[in-house]
Design a protein around this ligand. Structure first.
Ligand code: TYM
Length: 333
Protein backbone atom coordinates (compact mmCIF):
# COMPACT_ATOMS: atom_id res chain seq x y z
CA UNK A 1 0.00 0.00 0.00
CA UNK A 2 1.34 3.47 -0.81
CA UNK A 3 2.33 5.72 2.08
CA UNK A 4 -0.55 8.12 1.34
CA UNK A 5 -3.21 5.43 1.57
CA UNK A 6 -2.05 4.05 4.87
CA UNK A 7 -4.13 4.84 7.92
CA UNK A 8 -2.64 6.99 10.65
CA UNK A 9 -1.76 5.62 14.06
CA UNK A 10 -1.06 7.96 16.96
CA UNK A 11 -0.06 7.16 20.50
CA UNK A 12 2.02 8.59 23.33
CA UNK A 13 3.58 7.63 26.63
CA UNK A 14 4.48 9.73 29.65
CA UNK A 15 8.16 9.85 30.64
CA UNK A 16 7.13 9.47 34.26
CA UNK A 17 9.36 6.47 34.89
CA UNK A 18 11.04 3.59 33.11
CA UNK A 19 8.25 1.81 31.23
CA UNK A 20 6.87 -1.26 32.89
CA UNK A 21 6.14 -4.62 31.37
CA UNK A 22 2.52 -3.39 31.35
CA UNK A 23 3.42 -0.40 29.17
CA UNK A 24 5.32 -2.73 26.88
CA UNK A 25 2.68 -5.41 26.49
CA UNK A 26 -0.29 -3.02 26.47
CA UNK A 27 1.24 -0.48 24.10
CA UNK A 28 4.87 -0.50 22.94
CA UNK A 29 4.98 -4.03 21.53
CA UNK A 30 1.95 -3.21 19.38
CA UNK A 31 3.39 0.13 18.34
CA UNK A 32 6.32 -1.74 16.85
CA UNK A 33 4.13 -4.34 15.15
CA UNK A 34 1.91 -1.71 13.52
CA UNK A 35 4.70 0.26 11.85
CA UNK A 36 4.64 -1.56 8.52
CA UNK A 37 0.93 -1.38 7.95
CA UNK A 38 0.28 2.20 9.13
CA UNK A 39 1.81 5.65 9.18
CA UNK A 40 2.70 5.82 12.85
CA UNK A 41 3.33 8.86 15.04
CA UNK A 42 4.53 8.25 18.59
CA UNK A 43 5.14 10.93 21.19
CA UNK A 44 6.78 11.34 24.56
CA UNK A 45 4.02 13.03 26.56
CA UNK A 46 6.23 15.21 28.77
CA UNK A 47 3.56 17.93 29.06
CA UNK A 48 1.23 15.36 30.58
CA UNK A 49 3.98 14.21 32.94
CA UNK A 50 4.20 17.58 34.74
CA UNK A 51 0.63 17.21 36.00
CA UNK A 52 2.41 15.54 38.91
CA UNK A 53 5.63 17.02 40.31
CA UNK A 54 8.78 15.96 38.46
CA UNK A 55 12.43 16.64 39.11
CA UNK A 56 13.48 18.73 36.06
CA UNK A 57 16.87 17.09 35.47
CA UNK A 58 15.34 13.66 35.85
CA UNK A 59 12.45 14.52 33.55
CA UNK A 60 14.81 15.62 30.78
CA UNK A 61 16.77 12.39 31.15
CA UNK A 62 13.68 10.21 31.24
CA UNK A 63 12.38 11.93 28.11
CA UNK A 64 15.51 11.04 26.12
CA UNK A 65 15.66 7.57 27.62
CA UNK A 66 12.07 6.88 26.63
CA UNK A 67 12.69 7.95 23.05
CA UNK A 68 15.80 5.76 23.01
CA UNK A 69 13.76 2.88 24.35
CA UNK A 70 11.16 3.31 21.58
CA UNK A 71 13.99 2.80 19.10
CA UNK A 72 15.54 -0.05 21.07
CA UNK A 73 12.25 -1.93 20.80
CA UNK A 74 12.52 -1.65 17.03
CA UNK A 75 10.36 1.38 16.27
CA UNK A 76 12.13 2.90 13.29
CA UNK A 77 12.41 6.72 13.35
CA UNK A 78 12.80 6.76 9.56
CA UNK A 79 9.50 4.97 8.94
CA UNK A 80 7.60 6.64 11.78
CA UNK A 81 7.55 9.99 13.51
CA UNK A 82 8.99 9.91 17.04
CA UNK A 83 8.94 13.23 18.85
CA UNK A 84 8.72 15.06 22.16
CA UNK A 85 5.32 16.65 22.83
CA UNK A 86 6.64 19.95 24.23
CA UNK A 87 8.70 20.49 21.04
CA UNK A 88 5.46 21.02 19.11
CA UNK A 89 3.72 24.16 20.30
CA UNK A 90 0.48 23.30 18.53
CA UNK A 91 -0.39 20.86 21.33
CA UNK A 92 -0.78 23.61 23.92
CA UNK A 93 -2.58 25.87 21.46
CA UNK A 94 -5.12 23.30 20.34
CA UNK A 95 -5.63 22.14 23.92
CA UNK A 96 -6.73 25.66 24.84
CA UNK A 97 -9.30 25.77 22.06
CA UNK A 98 -10.58 22.30 22.95
CA UNK A 99 -10.86 23.31 26.62
CA UNK A 100 -13.60 25.63 25.44
CA UNK A 101 -15.45 22.67 23.91
CA UNK A 102 -15.19 20.35 26.91
CA UNK A 103 -17.50 20.34 29.90
CA UNK A 104 -16.47 20.30 33.55
CA UNK A 105 -18.99 17.51 34.12
CA UNK A 106 -17.31 15.27 31.53
CA UNK A 107 -13.88 15.82 33.04
CA UNK A 108 -15.12 15.19 36.58
CA UNK A 109 -16.21 11.70 35.55
CA UNK A 110 -12.71 10.60 34.48
CA UNK A 111 -11.54 7.75 36.69
CA UNK A 112 -7.87 8.63 36.16
CA UNK A 113 -8.53 12.12 37.52
CA UNK A 114 -10.29 10.65 40.55
CA UNK A 115 -7.46 8.15 41.17
CA UNK A 116 -4.68 10.68 40.70
CA UNK A 117 -6.33 13.32 42.88
CA UNK A 118 -6.67 10.74 45.65
CA UNK A 119 -2.99 9.82 45.25
CA UNK A 120 -1.74 13.44 45.02
CA UNK A 121 -4.19 15.15 47.37
CA UNK A 122 -1.72 17.99 48.00
CA UNK A 123 -1.50 18.88 44.30
CA UNK A 124 -4.87 18.60 42.57
CA UNK A 125 -3.97 21.10 39.86
CA UNK A 126 -6.00 22.26 36.87
CA UNK A 127 -3.64 20.42 34.52
CA UNK A 128 -4.57 17.14 36.14
CA UNK A 129 -8.21 17.99 35.55
CA UNK A 130 -7.82 19.02 31.89
CA UNK A 131 -5.32 16.22 31.15
CA UNK A 132 -7.75 14.44 28.77
CA UNK A 133 -8.19 17.64 26.74
CA UNK A 134 -4.46 17.82 26.04
CA UNK A 135 -4.60 14.16 25.12
CA UNK A 136 -7.48 14.86 22.72
CA UNK A 137 -5.39 17.67 21.19
CA UNK A 138 -2.47 15.24 20.71
CA UNK A 139 -4.59 12.76 18.83
CA UNK A 140 -6.70 15.19 16.80
CA UNK A 141 -3.76 17.28 15.58
CA UNK A 142 -2.50 14.33 13.54
CA UNK A 143 -5.84 13.14 12.09
CA UNK A 144 -5.28 9.78 13.71
CA UNK A 145 -7.52 6.90 12.62
CA UNK A 146 -6.37 4.52 15.34
CA UNK A 147 -4.90 4.95 18.80
CA UNK A 148 -3.15 1.86 20.24
CA UNK A 149 -3.35 2.00 24.03
CA UNK A 150 -3.99 -0.21 27.04
CA UNK A 151 -7.37 -0.63 28.68
CA UNK A 152 -6.83 2.22 31.20
CA UNK A 153 -6.94 4.82 28.41
CA UNK A 154 -10.34 3.76 27.03
CA UNK A 155 -12.24 6.51 28.82
CA UNK A 156 -9.81 9.15 27.52
CA UNK A 157 -10.37 7.93 23.98
CA UNK A 158 -14.11 8.19 24.42
CA UNK A 159 -13.89 11.80 25.54
CA UNK A 160 -11.56 12.53 22.60
CA UNK A 161 -14.20 11.21 20.24
CA UNK A 162 -16.91 13.24 21.98
CA UNK A 163 -14.89 16.45 21.74
CA UNK A 164 -14.08 15.82 18.06
CA UNK A 165 -17.70 15.11 17.19
CA UNK A 166 -18.91 18.16 19.09
CA UNK A 167 -16.46 20.39 17.24
CA UNK A 168 -17.30 18.82 13.87
CA UNK A 169 -21.03 19.28 14.51
CA UNK A 170 -20.49 23.01 14.84
CA UNK A 171 -17.79 23.66 12.24
CA UNK A 172 -18.02 20.83 9.71
CA UNK A 173 -15.58 17.97 9.22
CA UNK A 174 -12.43 19.34 10.81
CA UNK A 175 -11.26 16.38 12.89
CA UNK A 176 -10.95 12.68 12.11
CA UNK A 177 -12.84 10.84 14.85
CA UNK A 178 -10.34 8.19 16.03
CA UNK A 179 -10.93 4.61 17.11
CA UNK A 180 -9.10 2.90 19.94
CA UNK A 181 -6.88 -0.06 19.24
CA UNK A 182 -6.82 -2.07 22.43
CA UNK A 183 -5.12 -5.47 22.22
CA UNK A 184 -7.03 -8.65 23.12
CA UNK A 185 -4.15 -9.87 25.28
CA UNK A 186 -1.93 -7.62 27.41
CA UNK A 187 -4.21 -4.57 27.58
CA UNK A 188 -4.31 -4.74 31.36
CA UNK A 189 -1.27 -6.23 33.04
CA UNK A 190 -1.66 -6.31 36.80
CA UNK A 191 0.84 -5.83 39.61
CA UNK A 192 2.83 -8.95 40.55
CA UNK A 193 2.26 -8.40 44.27
CA UNK A 194 -1.16 -6.78 43.94
CA UNK A 195 -2.85 -8.55 41.03
CA UNK A 196 -6.09 -6.64 41.69
CA UNK A 197 -4.40 -3.36 40.62
CA UNK A 198 -2.76 -2.49 37.31
CA UNK A 199 1.01 -2.58 37.02
CA UNK A 200 2.14 1.06 36.94
CA UNK A 201 5.50 2.66 36.13
CA UNK A 202 4.92 5.60 38.44
CA UNK A 203 2.53 4.66 41.22
CA UNK A 204 3.97 1.65 42.96
CA UNK A 205 5.50 1.68 46.42
CA UNK A 206 6.61 -1.93 46.13
CA UNK A 207 9.41 -2.55 43.64
CA UNK A 208 8.53 -6.26 43.43
CA UNK A 209 5.13 -5.33 42.06
CA UNK A 210 6.48 -3.99 38.77
CA UNK A 211 8.88 -5.27 36.13
CA UNK A 212 10.65 -2.31 34.56
CA UNK A 213 11.90 -2.79 31.05
CA UNK A 214 15.45 -1.95 32.07
CA UNK A 215 15.48 -4.11 35.21
CA UNK A 216 18.47 -6.33 35.68
CA UNK A 217 17.27 -9.58 34.08
CA UNK A 218 18.03 -11.76 37.10
CA UNK A 219 16.04 -9.36 39.23
CA UNK A 220 13.14 -9.41 36.77
CA UNK A 221 13.10 -13.22 36.92
CA UNK A 222 13.07 -13.10 40.72
CA UNK A 223 10.13 -10.72 40.71
CA UNK A 224 8.16 -13.22 38.65
CA UNK A 225 9.19 -16.11 40.89
CA UNK A 226 7.99 -14.13 43.92
CA UNK A 227 4.70 -13.09 42.29
CA UNK A 228 1.62 -13.63 44.43
CA UNK A 229 -0.36 -16.76 43.51
CA UNK A 230 -2.78 -18.89 45.52
CA UNK A 231 -2.67 -22.25 47.23
CA UNK A 232 -4.41 -24.70 44.88
CA UNK A 233 -1.40 -25.19 42.54
CA UNK A 234 -3.51 -25.29 39.36
CA UNK A 235 -2.47 -23.08 36.44
CA UNK A 236 -5.85 -21.88 35.25
CA UNK A 237 -7.50 -18.64 34.08
CA UNK A 238 -10.11 -17.61 36.59
CA UNK A 239 -11.36 -14.40 38.21
CA UNK A 240 -10.67 -15.94 41.61
CA UNK A 241 -7.05 -16.63 40.58
CA UNK A 242 -5.88 -13.09 39.74
CA UNK A 243 -2.16 -13.77 40.25
CA UNK A 244 -2.03 -16.86 38.04
CA UNK A 245 -4.34 -15.32 35.43
CA UNK A 246 -2.05 -12.30 35.24
CA UNK A 247 1.03 -14.46 34.71
CA UNK A 248 -0.80 -16.40 32.01
CA UNK A 249 -1.69 -13.12 30.34
CA UNK A 250 1.91 -11.94 30.51
CA UNK A 251 3.11 -15.20 28.99
CA UNK A 252 0.46 -15.02 26.26
CA UNK A 253 1.21 -11.39 25.39
CA UNK A 254 4.95 -12.00 25.24
CA UNK A 255 4.67 -15.10 23.07
CA UNK A 256 1.86 -13.79 20.86
CA UNK A 257 -0.61 -16.49 21.93
CA UNK A 258 -4.13 -16.19 23.26
CA UNK A 259 -4.58 -16.51 27.03
CA UNK A 260 -6.46 -19.78 26.47
CA UNK A 261 -3.64 -21.23 24.39
CA UNK A 262 -1.22 -20.28 27.14
CA UNK A 263 -3.48 -21.94 29.72
CA UNK A 264 -3.54 -25.10 27.58
CA UNK A 265 0.27 -25.29 27.61
CA UNK A 266 0.45 -25.47 31.39
CA UNK A 267 -2.20 -28.05 32.25
CA UNK A 268 -0.85 -30.24 35.06
CA UNK A 269 2.19 -27.99 35.55
CA UNK A 270 3.14 -26.87 39.10
CA UNK A 271 3.49 -23.18 40.01
CA UNK A 272 7.29 -23.30 40.29
CA UNK A 273 7.77 -24.69 36.81
CA UNK A 274 5.11 -22.38 35.37
CA UNK A 275 6.74 -19.29 36.85
CA UNK A 276 10.10 -20.33 35.47
CA UNK A 277 8.61 -20.56 31.95
CA UNK A 278 7.01 -17.11 32.31
CA UNK A 279 10.27 -15.64 33.62
CA UNK A 280 12.29 -17.18 30.76
CA UNK A 281 9.88 -15.82 28.14
CA UNK A 282 9.97 -12.32 29.65
CA UNK A 283 13.75 -12.30 29.95
CA UNK A 284 14.29 -13.44 26.38
CA UNK A 285 11.95 -10.68 25.23
CA UNK A 286 13.72 -7.97 27.24
CA UNK A 287 17.32 -9.05 26.65
CA UNK A 288 17.75 -7.78 23.05
CA UNK A 289 15.86 -4.58 23.87
CA UNK A 290 18.19 -3.83 26.77
CA UNK A 291 21.27 -4.55 24.64
CA UNK A 292 20.07 -2.26 21.90
CA UNK A 293 19.16 0.42 24.44
CA UNK A 294 22.71 0.40 25.77
CA UNK A 295 24.18 0.73 22.28
CA UNK A 296 21.85 3.51 21.22
CA UNK A 297 22.25 5.47 24.46
CA UNK A 298 25.93 6.00 23.77
CA UNK A 299 25.16 7.76 20.47
CA UNK A 300 24.11 11.15 21.76
CA UNK A 301 24.34 12.92 18.39
CA UNK A 302 22.05 10.39 16.76
CA UNK A 303 19.40 10.73 19.46
CA UNK A 304 19.59 14.53 19.20
CA UNK A 305 19.02 14.24 15.47
CA UNK A 306 16.02 11.92 15.86
CA UNK A 307 14.49 14.36 18.36
CA UNK A 308 15.06 17.35 16.08
CA UNK A 309 13.81 15.66 12.90
CA UNK A 310 10.82 14.22 14.73
CA UNK A 311 9.81 17.64 16.06
CA UNK A 312 9.98 19.16 12.58
CA UNK A 313 7.95 16.41 10.94
CA UNK A 314 5.35 16.43 13.70
CA UNK A 315 5.05 20.23 13.76
CA UNK A 316 4.43 20.33 10.03
CA UNK A 317 1.35 18.11 10.33
CA UNK A 318 0.15 19.60 13.61
CA UNK A 319 0.37 23.20 12.41
CA UNK A 320 -1.81 22.44 9.41
CA UNK A 321 -4.59 21.13 11.63
CA UNK A 322 -4.14 23.95 14.11
CA UNK A 323 -4.48 26.60 11.39
CA UNK A 324 -7.66 24.99 10.17
CA UNK A 325 -9.11 25.06 13.69
CA UNK A 326 -8.03 28.66 14.27
CA UNK A 327 -9.70 29.71 11.05
CA UNK A 328 -12.90 27.92 12.05
CA UNK A 329 -13.17 29.53 15.47
CA UNK A 330 -12.47 32.99 14.11
CA UNK A 331 -8.86 33.75 14.98
CA UNK A 332 -7.10 35.99 12.45
CA UNK A 333 -4.88 33.53 10.55
P1 TYM B 1 0.92 6.06 30.20
O1 TYM B 1 2.23 6.71 30.04
O2 TYM B 1 0.34 5.93 31.56
O3 TYM B 1 0.96 4.61 29.59
C1 TYM B 1 1.42 4.37 28.29
C2 TYM B 1 0.67 3.22 27.66
O4 TYM B 1 0.81 2.03 28.43
C3 TYM B 1 -0.49 1.49 28.68
N1 TYM B 1 -0.45 0.84 30.01
C4 TYM B 1 -0.75 -0.45 30.23
N2 TYM B 1 -1.13 -1.44 29.41
C5 TYM B 1 -1.34 -2.66 29.96
N3 TYM B 1 -1.19 -2.92 31.27
C6 TYM B 1 -0.81 -1.96 32.15
N4 TYM B 1 -0.65 -2.24 33.42
C7 TYM B 1 -0.57 -0.65 31.62
N5 TYM B 1 -0.17 0.52 32.18
C8 TYM B 1 -0.11 1.42 31.18
C9 TYM B 1 -1.42 2.67 28.66
O5 TYM B 1 -2.74 2.28 28.40
C10 TYM B 1 -0.83 3.50 27.54
O6 TYM B 1 -1.27 3.03 26.28
N6 TYM B 1 -2.40 9.47 28.83
C11 TYM B 1 -1.45 8.51 28.32
C12 TYM B 1 -0.37 9.13 27.46
C13 TYM B 1 -0.89 9.92 26.32
C14 TYM B 1 -1.54 9.41 25.16
C15 TYM B 1 -1.81 10.54 24.33
C16 TYM B 1 -1.88 8.13 24.74
C17 TYM B 1 -0.81 11.27 26.17
N7 TYM B 1 -1.35 11.63 24.98
C18 TYM B 1 -2.43 10.40 23.11
C19 TYM B 1 -2.53 8.00 23.49
C20 TYM B 1 -2.79 9.11 22.69
C21 TYM B 1 -0.76 7.85 29.50
O7 TYM B 1 -0.70 8.37 30.57
O8 TYM B 1 -0.15 6.73 29.22
Amino acid sequence: MSEENKKIIYSAMQPSGIPSLGNYLGALKNWKNLQNEYNCIYAIANMHAITVRQDPTELRKKTRDLLTLFMAIGIDPEKNILYVQSDVKAHAELAWVLNCFTYMGELSRMTQFKDKSAKHADNINAGLFTYPVLMAADILLYNADLVPVGEDQRQHLEITRDIAERFNNIYGDVFTVPDGYIPKVGARIMGLQEPERKMSKSESDNDNNVIYMLDDLGRAANKIKRAVTDSDNEVRLSPDKPGISNLLNIYAAVTGKSAEEAEGEFVGCGYGEFKKCVADAVIEELRPIQERFKELSSDKAYIDKVIKDGAEKAAYIANKTLRKVQRKVGFPV
